[in-house]
Design a protein around this ligand. Structure first.
Ligand code: DGJ
Length: 710
């Protein structure tokens, strides 16, 4: 619910449990007043005057924007902290004064045509600001999603002046927090080691994370949370921002000496700029903002709910996901119809749902130095064509999927030989290679549409059920031979828009196909990709011990149903006995389970083990898709525990793993109904209250505990 209180010039945005409030000051400035637990009396703005701050002379009272917590900060005025917005005027200076102009409250939201966004939304508040000298108008949007306690934010620029301006910075979301001791939470990592949960005290000065790699990156995820120093998993204030975007970003905090903190998130402030001619508009991508008074677990639950309800494509978000056998780890480029069908036969016997033909089915692709761009089946590997192959897989009672990497181009490809100018590169400079490949210039509509057309042509008569969409290198020299010099500064963002166009066209062409995102493991695990692909390959690292940390960090910001996790017996840790399979299963079963291994060589004993695991997973998957995740407290370093509880609290599954050698006898569960008695699969009973106070008895280093009310 959004309310404008005319008497106090106050806006209040209420969600189920939170209130966000701002106030118009002197008719020109918009002060941020409050973000916290839901309440009506949010007080009045305060000025924290400091000496030496330049101010605007005013009839009512001189004001420096440096003294206010604001809703929007712009460069070139008297807010001398780091700002959300900067424009370069036609006269060369970068001065601006975005004065509050007017507001509008309307039902629903404005849907984006060219970018992902949160579908739905109850109501939207639009605030407009004008810079009178340049004629540039800035609209700031707040859409409220009451059930998930989230608000989405973005900006739209409109040049109503007569001359062009250049937008040099356009960060979608600002949150000015009151003075306090805060800790930041970010997801940091590397290829093979993505999204480790990282807590750091917020210190005086500027700090943050970013990507300049052309994708959201393995290194830093476009997620930023800040909590009060005393906040725990289940008590205290916590705030989070999550970017619905898959390219370069900035997420930062600035703490003043007085202790106030400004959080900002949006397009990367160094690699983004945009020319805005007279009469033109520019819209930034969206940020999801949330607050919890009940600690960081509720913060994660808000984001999980928001992503499942409003970001993931509706037909897939809560529908059963297939347990796939993926060919990559075991077969690499050696795939062909015969060996994949043999795998498929075994996958069926084990109870799996689909076989996914990973890299290597197209062009001359028997090595990673070639054929990206030539999206036609390799007829030596699939002599009867993909359709006949897919029908044979279907005849076994399995679904079928294929791997693609449409945003890339190999120099050794027909596509490149006909269109060398379709590779992203800076004029007269040698482009860097990554995995021996170049990147397709997605700022060029012809390139985008041709690749989409070729893929549609290849798959249009093939009964496919699943596509794994990969992206195997970062961008380096980001020039485009397709754009004039003055637009080279727009390449990074235009590239992402081109990628979204590809995602849109391909998902529309195959509306019943489940798309899985992937970026050389988990280098593009973000809410932008989740808008098209309800699940994302989390990491190329399938070592179960190392996966624990990766999945823990990922699940902090994204729902378990987004986390694609496979049991493998790949090179990382040789599986020696069935116990290891059980451990690998325990870790992978927390997300969307799949397998990557030579299933034709399983012992009888392991075949039975895998069959049992798969049946167990089929039973618990609905909980992972719809339930609420509660991280278990009292976990020491090297211990991982989560309890997933159905909305009606009548079912739960808890996962526990210990890689630190600790002997734990009881596991204290979370989120159950204390009044219920739950029954396990093997005759156990768990009293809800006891399970949450004393815990359930535990043996061994890992466990999966299930319970349901009969
Ligand atoms: C990187 C992915 O993360 C892998 O799963 C696999 O699909 C390879 N690319 C194929 O080239």
């Amino acid at each position: 619910m959004i309310i404008f209180d005319k008497t106090h010039n106050l806006f209040k945005i209420h969600t189920q449990n939170t209130t966000y409030a701002m106030q118009i000051v002197h008719g020109k400035y918009v002060a941020h007043l409050y973000y916290g637990t839901r309440k009506d009396d949010v007080g009045d703005f305060t000025l924290q005057r400091t000496s030496f701050a330049p101010y605007y002379p005013d009839e009512e009272e001189n004001i420096s924007l440096d003294w206010l917590q604001t809703e929007l900060s712009f460069f070139g005025g008297n807010d001398l902290k780091d700002t959300a917005v900067r424009i370069r005027n036609a006269n060369g200076d970068s001065a601006s004064f975005f004065r509050y102009q007017t507001y509008r409250i309307f039902k629903g939201r404005v849907e984006f045509d060219d970018m992902p966004y949160s579908r739905g939304g109850e109501e939207t508040l639009e605030l407009s600001y004008v810079d009178e000298v340049s004629g540039c108008v800035l609209y700031s949007y707040y859409t409220v999603f009451p059930n998930s306690d989230t608000i989405t934010r973005y900006l739209r620029f409109e040049n109503q002046g007569d001359v062009p301006v250049k937008i040099e910075r356009a960060l979608s979301c600002q949150l000015d927090l009151p003075a306090g001791d805060y800790i930041s939470i970010t997801l940091c990592g590397a290829y093979f080691n993505e999204r480790h949960l990282t807590e750091t005290p917020v210190h005086v000065g500027l700090q943050g994370i970013y990507s300049m790699r052309g994708h959201s990156s393995h290194q830093f995820n476009p997620f930023l949370a800040v909590k009060s120093a005393q906040t725990t998993e289940y008590a205290g204030d916590a705030y989070a921002m999550e970017f619905v975007y898959s390219g370069d970003f900035t997420a930062q905090m600035e703490k003043t000496f007085e202790g106030k903190v400004r959080m900002l998130m949006g397009l990367n402030k160094d690699t983004f700029a945009w020319n805005l001619g007279a009469g033109e508009t520019f819209t930034t991508p969206e940020v999801i903002l949330t607050y919890s008074a009940d600690g960081t677990n509720a913060l994660s639950q808000n984001l999980h709910a928001h992503i499942r309800e409003y970001i993931m494509p509706k037909p897939f978000a809560f529908s059963p996901r297939p347990i796939v056998l993926n060919t990559w780890e075991a077969m690499n480029f050696t795939i062909n119809e015969t060996n994949v069908l043999a795998y498929a036969q075994h996958a069926k016997e084990l109870g799996m749902d689909a076989v996914v033909v990973d890299d290597g089915w197209f062009g001359e692709r028997c090595h990673d130095d070639r054929s990206l761009g030539d999206w036609q089946a390799n007829t030596r590997k699939f002599p009867d064509g993909l359709r006949a192959f897919a029908e044979k897989v279907h005849a076994l009672g399995l679904k079928v999927g294929f791997w693609i990497e449409p945003e890339m181009i190999s120099e050794n490809s027909h596509l490149y030989r006909s269109h060398p100018e379709w590779a992203l590169r800076c004029k007269d400079r040698e482009p860097s290679r990554g995995r021996m490949q170049l990147v397709l210039d997605l700022t060029n509509d012809n390139a985008v549409e041709t690749v989409v057309k070729n893929l549609v042509e290849t798959f249009k008569d093939v009964p496919i059920d699943y596509i794994k969409w990969d992206f195997n290198r970062s961008l380096a020299e980001t020039g485009s031979l397709n754009l004039p010099p003055e637009k080279q500064c727009e390449v990074k963002h235009r590239f992402v828009l081109g990628s979204y166009k590809m995602h849109k066209l391909l998902t529309q062409a195959f509306p019943n196909v489940l798309f899985e995102g992937c970026t050389g493991g988990g280098g593009r695990f973000d809410a932008g990709i989740l808008f098209y692909c309800p699940q994302i390959w989390t990491s190329d690292n399938t070592d179960p011990v190392e996966r624990l940390e990766i999945q823990k960090g990922t699940a902090f910001a994204y729902p378990l149903s987004a986390i694609s996790a496979h049991v493998s017996n790949s090179k990382f840790n040789e599986i020696e006995d069935g116990l290891d399979y059980a451990f690998r299963f325990n870790v992978a079963a927390e997300g969307i389970l799949g397998y990557e291994m030579d299933v034709t060589r399983l012992s009888l004993e392991n075949t039975e083990r895998l069959k049992a695991h798969i049946q167990t997973y089929k039973r618990i998957q609905p909980l992972l898709l719809e339930g609420d995740a509660y991280r278990l407290e009292d976990m020491q370093k090297g211990e991982y525990g989560v309890c997933v509880v159905s909305k009606d609290k009548k079912r739960f599954v808890a996962f526990y793993r210990n890689v630190n050698g600790r002997q734990r006898e009881y596991l204290t569960l979370k989120g159950l109904n204390a009044a219920y008695v739950y029954h396990g699969e093997n005759g156990e009973t768990y009293d809800g209250k006891t399970a949450m106070q004393t815990g359930v008895a535990l043996q061994g280093k890992y466990a999966m505990v299930e319970g349901r009310v009969k």
